[in-house]
Design a protein around this ligand. Structure first.
Ligand code: SAH
Length: 469
């Protein structure tokens, strides 16, 4: 690191700039955001600079720099876009004791100006020591997009509340309060104006003061397949009372919106900038929040106990002697079978139903294919899109009828729900043609009820004669 980043206090101090063209303008736009006194030396300065001078935002001296002009200045910018003039003015400024920057000349500069993301009082400075200005700009653009414009006002309001928040014990309790504000209550209420944020801060503080006495708890909640109407009353209550909600990627937006307004929402399945969170990280996150006294809702799609890696999380929580409970949810097989108007079990057809996963941690999952290949068997296959060809191959190898109905339900219970009815032999091709991008559940041995009636040519294993149940 040849350049050490610091934030220099310039309030009330002098910053001097020599130059009146484009380079000067670009720097002045930045400098005018500060509370420094700015002096510009330029003959024939650009109209914007003259206007700023008239508005009293800076002092314009319409001549070239002379010795003594940069006395007491904290910083000096040589921005004449002329090597000889820049060398002359920067020598003067150096002699006057100012730190010197020659615009677009790293070699002769004592400091460089970073790319800045401005959410005053929150400022992010990005530097590449001149190595890759393109990279600095790309990082800036990325951050500009990711940091809400409200960050500045939130920090300003937060600052006024620091004294009140001192009522919380120093350390984790206080940190948790501020984290809840900046990542939960604050961003959620800022749209409604400053007064709403003040109120949210009061509520949050009362909540946190209360929390000291209350032990943390973890609800492992099944969120169902996506339709908020398919949440249980218990799940809704848990969301309503949650301090922290840690959710998977598959949880739909309308369900997330039911969480308490002040709750911190954590997406544990995020795939954006880096890889999704590891199971160990998720376990640690749940434990961390519960230990600080929070009511944690660990929200999982469908039913938390079905292909949800629930046991690992329960083990982590139990090991810390944190109390927990499971709130059952509607698993996607239930929602998908409802979508096709069938039942999962049926007298004379199948007295058992298997819930399978298409792949596990080791790759494609193996199952008792011989048993599944028998007529009348029904299986609900989770995570089965990628493994469709493998499953088809295994079943046919074990003697399954190639006409066995297979139905894929994508986005069960959501507005984008789609049903693909096919047969075992046509499954991979049909899936490829359907180009499904949402979560999908595959039924082996079940056709949609309409198709079962409309396709008498296919011998579905549905004994119509004995339907009384
Ligand atoms: N615990 C969840 C399953 C988690 S595994 C449950 O009980 O449903 C993730 C798989 O669930 C997905 O790959 C998909 O096969 C299935 N799934 C989840 N939501 C779904 C939905 N709305 N429609 C169809 N399948 C879904």
């Amino acid at each position: 690191m040849d350049h050490f980043p610091i934030f220099l206090r310039v309030e009330g101090r002098r910053i001097v700039l020599s130059g009146g063209g484009d380079a000067a303008l670009a720097k002045l736009r930045l400098l005018l955001k500060t509370t420094a006194h700015i002096t510009v030396f330029a003959r024939g300065a650009a109209p914007e600079i003259q206007a700023w001078a008239e508005e009293g935002k800076l002092r314009l001296v319409e001549r070239g720099m002379a010795p003594g002009d940069a006395l007491c200045a904290a910083l000096f910018y040589a921005a004449d876009e002329d090597d000889a003039e820049d060398a002359r003015t920067s020598a003067i400024a150096r002699a006057d004791g100012a730190l010197v920057n020659v615009v677009d000349n790293l070699e002769d500069s004592q400091f460089i100006t970073p790319a800045i993301v401005d959410r005053d009082p929150v400022t992010v400075a990005i530097g590449t020591e001149g190595a890759a200005p393109v990279l600095a700009r790309a990082i800036k653009a990325d951050l500009e997009e990711r940091l809400p414009a409200a960050l500045g006002p939130l920090a300003r309001i937060g600052k006024t509340f620091r004294k009140a928040a001192d009522a919380l014990p120093f350390g984790r309790a206080r940190r948790d309060f501020w984290r809840d504000y900046y990542f939960g209550a604050g961003p959620k209420t800022i749209r409604n104006g400053e007064v709403a944020v003040q109120e949210a801060l009061d509520t949050l503080l009362a909540d946190h003061l209360d929390r000291k006495a209350r032990p943390g708890h973890v609800h492992f909640v099944g969120a169902g397949p996506g339709d908020p109407d398919l949440l249980t009353m218990k799940a809704r209550r848990a969301l309503d009372e949650a301090d922290v909600v840690i959710h998977d990627r598959l949880i739909s937006q309308p369900i997330l919106e039911l969480a308490r307004r002040e709750a911190i929402m954590i997406d544990a399945g995020k795939e954006g900038f880096g890889p999704s969170m590891s199971q160990t990280e998720i376990n640690a996150l749940i434990v961390h929040h519960a230990r600080s006294g929070a009511q944690v809702v660990r929200l999982k799609s469908g039913d938390a106990t079905v292909f949800g890696r629930l046991d690992e999380e329960i083990d982590a929580v139990s090991a810390e002697r944190i109390s927990w409970d499971i709130v059952p949810g509607i698993t996607s097989a239930s929602a998908a079978v409802a979508a096709i108007g069938q039942s999962l079990t049926k007298r004379e057809r199948n007295s058992s139903v298997r819930f399978l996963t298409g792949h596990d941690m080791k790759g494609f999952a193996d199952h008792d294919w011989a048993a599944l290949a028998r007529p009348g068997e029904v299986a609900a296959i989770y995570m089965g899109k990628k493994s469709a060809r493998f499953i088809q191959g295994r079943l046919m190898m074990h003697g399954a009828d190639r006409h066995t109905p297979v139905t894929v339900v994508e986005n069960a219970s959501r507005p984008e729900e789609r049903i693909l009815a096919t047969t075992l032999d046509a499954l991979p091709a049909a899936l490829a043609a359907a180009e499904m991008t949402g979560p999908a559940l595959t039924f082996y041995g079940l056709a949609p009820r309409d198709a079962a009636q409309a396709r008498p040519d296919i011998d579905f294993p549905v004994p119509h004669a004995k339907e009384a149940f």
